[in-house]
Every structure is written in C-alpha cells, then in structure tokens.
Design a protein around this ligand. Structure first.
Ligand SMILES: C[S@@+](CC[C@H](N)C(=O)[O-])C[C@H]1O[C@@H](n2cnc3c(N)ncnc32)[C@H](O)[C@@H]1O
Length: 201
C-alpha cells in the first residue's frame, strides 16, 4: 500500500488514539499515540537506550530530529527547563501528536515543526542534535543527510547523538559519523543497540 510507512508524510491508516505510560530517567511520562507513527504501542527499545544515555545540555538549543511522538525532546525539556527544545518530523500525524504531548506535559520550552529533515528550521543552530534515525527510510537517502546537515547546524562544541541497532546499520552509521565529524564515540551499548556521539570540536 503506498503511503503506509511510519515515515510517510500523511499516513493512510485510521487515526486511532492510544496512550503509552512509562518511566524514563526516573520520571513518569504519558504520551498520546496513534497508528501510522513510529512505535505506536510502546517506547521503542532503541529510543529507550538513547533517552537513558543521552547527554542533555542544561541550556542552549536542542533538536529532536525525527521526533515521532516527541519522546526524546519531551524528556529533555522536562529535565532541563532552561533548555530550548526543537522537535521536527516529516509525518503530519507525528507532528500533531508531538504538539499534543508537549501541551499535555505543560512545557513552555518546546517548539514543534513539520518538514523534511531540517527544512522547517530555517537557519537555527543547535548545541545538541539527537535522533533515533529512520533507518527504514534509507541510510544513504535520509540518515546520511541527517548527519551532514547536523555538522552544518551545530554550534562549535555542539554534539550529535544517534542510536542504532548494532547489527542493522551500526557499522555504516559509525562510518558516516567518522566521514563527517572525523571520529565518534560509543557512549552506550545495550539490548543490541548502541548510542554514537560526535562533537563539532
Ligand atoms: C525511528 S523513528 C523515531 C521516532 C521518535 N524519535 C522515537 O524515538 O520514538 C524516526 C522518525 O523520523 C521521521 N522521519 C523519517 N524521515 C524523515 C525526514 N526525511 N525528515 C524528518 N523526519 C523524518 C519518521 O516520521 C519517524 O517519526
């Protein structure tokens, strides 16, 4: 069926809502979800490994790239009230749900955008860019431009952090990080996933 992926601009499935209630970094969160978005029934294992291990700056600008329901950005914004969190996704339904989830969490330090990769963000620069990237959308077509775009949009000393399944693209992602940033660090390894980080230092 065309247009039926979680990364479709307009999902063709019915917008049937559900709720995920979960603990992340020692706090309880609830997220409204729906069909046609990534990991609609539970927090994805890769997302959880990333959220539990990501470095969150105390202030500055933080981008959740490919935000889905907004889980990564909402945790960062809840933990660091001085941080300005930007969340963007190509999927219209995901963006709608992120707006709703930000509102339900009563966060005033979040801005939500809809667009392909960085297109909706103008010339905004960031201190951290974080993503559970859409590997199924294409490593070369989508994930590589996410990484090269991150280098252009990070402030000096800004960091890029991404999670990947170790045996499904782990080596390729590490190669992309090295090509663009010169090196990478593996900051966590858990449940078959690894979190990679590079600094624009
Ligand atoms: C693996 S999911 C992660 C979602 C969410 N961050 C999480 O961890 O639950 C990747 C997300 O990237 C979005 N995406 C796919 N292609 C994109 C693109 N070209 N530009 C922006 N977002 C995209 C998808 O719609 C999806 O929400």
């Amino acid at each position: 069926m065309p247009n039926s992926h979680y990364f479709s601009k307009k999902p063709s499935s019915k917008d049937e809502r559900g709720k995920i209630v979960t603990m992340l970094r020692g706090r309880k969160y609830s997220f409204i979800t729906s069909r046609g978005v990534f990991s609609a029934k539970r927090v994805d294992t890769g997302t959880r490994v990333l959220v539990e291990n990501m470095h969150i700056p105390e202030d500055g600008d933080f981008l959740d790239l490919g935000c889905g329901l907004g889980i990564i950005g909402i945790v960062a914004a809840s933990m660091m009230p001085e941080l300005h969190v930007h969340l963007t996704d190509v999927n219209t339904r995901a963006v709608k749900l992120t707006r709703l989830n930000v509102q339900r969490a009563e966060l005033s330090n979040c801005e939500v955008y809809e667009g392909y990769l960085y297109e909706a963000l103008g010339d905004q620069k960031f201190d951290a860019i974080i993503s559970n990237p859409p590997v199924s959308a294409g490593m070369h077509n989508v994930v590589h431009p996410m990484i090269s775009g991150a280098y252009e949009r990070l402030n000096p000393d800004g960091i890029l952090q991404m999670v990947i399944q170790s045996n499904k693209g782990g080596k390729m992602l590490a190669g992309f990080f090295d090509d663009i940033f010169g090196e990478h660090e593996v900051v966590a390894k858990k449940s078959g996933y690894r979190v990679l980080s590079s600094c624009k230092c």
